[in-house]
Design a protein around this ligand. Structure first.
Ligand code: GLC
Length: 552
């Protein structure tokens, strides 16, 4: 396979590239299928690198491509240092890194340290070795409670529904905060610590530029006896570092030791923490310079299309980051949440997850509203200081596929909640590259999740070159951002209208976001707008980057 490098600028050593980067998340099984088996793979990704270079991203973050029985979409790993044979080989991975680097794109890989697959050799060994064996020490095995030990050791609940404990055949129980096929590791065990530090080195040696750390807040647990109750898992965490499972103070010591590993490299490797704790000052601690440097701030992703919600999360994030010296992150969509175009088009009081469980019936989704608001929010996000994480397909304006038939669903959430929640497959449907053909150009044959007919209209080929398309808006915005976003300076500017947000960046450019149903005046010379219109007024539910008029 050959990749064209004409006009590309290769990556050059830079310690701080990630501080203002646009990082594009690839969910490998759904991006591009190189061998026609219906599953996206590394050769597919490699063939689409020129597309990503033309889009203008600085880096790609690859969700897990490691060997996995797929109990949780690849986040159940049997070997953290290899490639799933369905997705390619280590050699394919090396080609992706080399080609990406030549095209000026850096590589971030996912590290999943909280758990392994139940097919991981360590867990297989632990089951075989039996109670009391050293092999069990790498995981969290405990006796059950109740007169015959048939009750779980504690009341901890899995994120995917049901108990977080599973009984092994010999009567002991093991802890799994996610699916039962994802046993939690014991982070008090030195071998577990060494294994992950070596895994970081393994990928850094292969040329990766950074790491996204899965459920980074869960590694340290209070496993002292008696195990503490976790009645508040679904409610509010204590937010003081004393919860038995989440965001414990000790977890930071793990990341301080990882920082030493990152700093063994020149330039040092970057990292970003995924934490889903309720956002508080503690959330940002993971981004301290002697730890990971970045943490996903999901508060923007959780905010609804509403000026006050956006304003307050942006204000808090910038304030908190400036206090700890970490680099800001902004995210609107990911492989774990319904796509933002869909979220913003539903009435504010819609129960999103109930709506999805009902296959998107009941509340009509207006595509034009989705398009307007998603574009405006994206332009706003890309104007903020720090780095922005995009999720594959959002550049096409893709909506959530809300009506996937139950028999096609793969997310364990569906089964573990007895069908009450539909899970995350609706944002993982393989991408449409062409308006027709098998699997809309995803591959030479079908796709592992069914694509709806309307995907054709959203295809890359249908949007490329169309100046009014979502794809061209992203391309223009990323190109302009490269020239404009040169520092982290930010200040709110009073717009005089509660439905209009306005903020200024250094070097005289600003962003205006109109949440109202009225046109508003653009107080300067427009550079780029979410509607494509560069006139003196801004349409309803739109955003514009502009150079402000000199004060009179
Ligand atoms: C993270 C991942 C999610 C996965 C979970 C368990 O939240 O983003 O997809 O299911 O961790 O690994």
């Amino acid at each position: 396979m050959s990749t064209s490098f004409a006009s590309a600028t290769p990556v050059t050593p830079d310690r701080d590239w990630w501080r203002r980067a646009v990082i594009y998340q690839i969910y490998p099984r759904s991006f591009a299928d190189g061998d026609g088996d219906g599953i996206g793979d590394l050769p597919g990704i490699r063939s689409r690198l020129p597309y990503l270079a033309a889009l203008g991203v600085d880096a790609i973050w690859l969700s897990p491509f490691y060997p996995s029985p797929l109990a949780d979409g690849g986040y159940d790993i049997t070997d953290h240092r290899d490639v799933d044979p369905r997705l390619g080989t280590l050699e394919d991975f090396d080609h992706v890194v080399a080609d990406a680097h030549r095209l000026g794109i850096r590589i971030v890989v996912d590290i999943v340290p909280n758990h392994t697959s139940d097919q991981h050799p360590w867990f297989v060994e632990a089951l075989e070795a039996g109670p009391g064996s050293p092999a069990r020490e790498r995981y969290i095995f405990r006796d059950g409670t109740g007169p015959d030990g048939s009750e779980p050791p504690a009341d901890w609940r899995s994120h995917f529904g049901g108990s977080a404990w599973q009984r092994a055949g010999d009567g002991e129980w093991y802890c799994h905060l996610f699916a039962r096929e994802q046993p939690d590791l014991n982070w008090d065990h030195p071998e577990v610590r060494a294994y992950f530090e070596d895994t970081l080195r393994f990928w850094a040696d292969r040329g990766v530029d950074g790491f996204r750390i899965d459920v980074a807040h869960s590694l340290a647990k209070d496993l002292s006896h008696p195990l503490r109750s976790q009645p508040n898992l679904d409610a509010v965490l204590p937010l003081d570092g004393t919860d038995p499972l989440y965001d414990r103070e000790e977890v930071h010591e793990i990341y301080r030791s990882w920082r030493k590993v990152f700093d063994e490299y020149d330039p040092p490797r970057m990292a970003v923490a995924e934490t889903w704790t309720p956002t508080s000052s503690r959330t940002y601690l993971y981004a301290r310079p002697d730890e990971l440097g970045q943490v996903f701030d999901f508060s923007l992703l959780k905010a609804q299309w509403h000026p006050e919600q956006f304003r307050s999360v942006i204000t808090r994030s910038i304030r908190e980051h400036s206090q700890i010296g970490g680099a800001m992150t902004w995210v609107l969509s990911s492989h774990d949440v319904p796509r933002h175009a869909t979220r913003y088009a539903l009435p504010l009081d819609t129960d999103l997850y109930a709506w999805l469980a009902g296959d998107g019936r009941g509340v009509e989704l207006d595509e034009a509203t989705a398009r307007r608001r998603a574009r405006a929010a994206t332009l706003m996000m890309l104007a903020l200081p720090g780095s922005a994480y995009l999720y594959q397909g959002e550049e096409l304006g893709l909506l959530e596929v809300a009506d996937l038939p139950a028999e096609s669903l793969r997310d364990p959430v569906f089964e573990r909640t007895g069908g009450e929640l539909k899970g995350r497959d609706g944002c993982r449907v393989p991408l449409p590259w062409t308006s027709g053909g098998p699997s809309f150009g995803f591959g030479a044959d079908g796709s592992w999740l069914p694509q709806p007919d309307w995907f054709g209209a959203y295809a890359v080929s249908a949007q490329s070159g169309d100046r009014g398309s979502s794809l061209e808006l992203y391309r223009s915005a990323l190109a302009l951002r490269r020239t404009l976003a040169t520092d982290d300076d930010f200040a709110w500017v009073e717009s005089g209208d509660p439905e209009v947000l306005r903020f200024a960046r250094r070097d005289g450019w600003e962003c205006l976001v109109n949440f109202s149903a009225r046109e508003v005046d653009v107080p300067g010379r427009p550079l780029l707008s979410s509607t494509g219109d560069l006139g003196p007024t801004l349409a309803p539910e739109a955003a514009v980057w502009f150079v402000p008029s000199a004060p009179v």
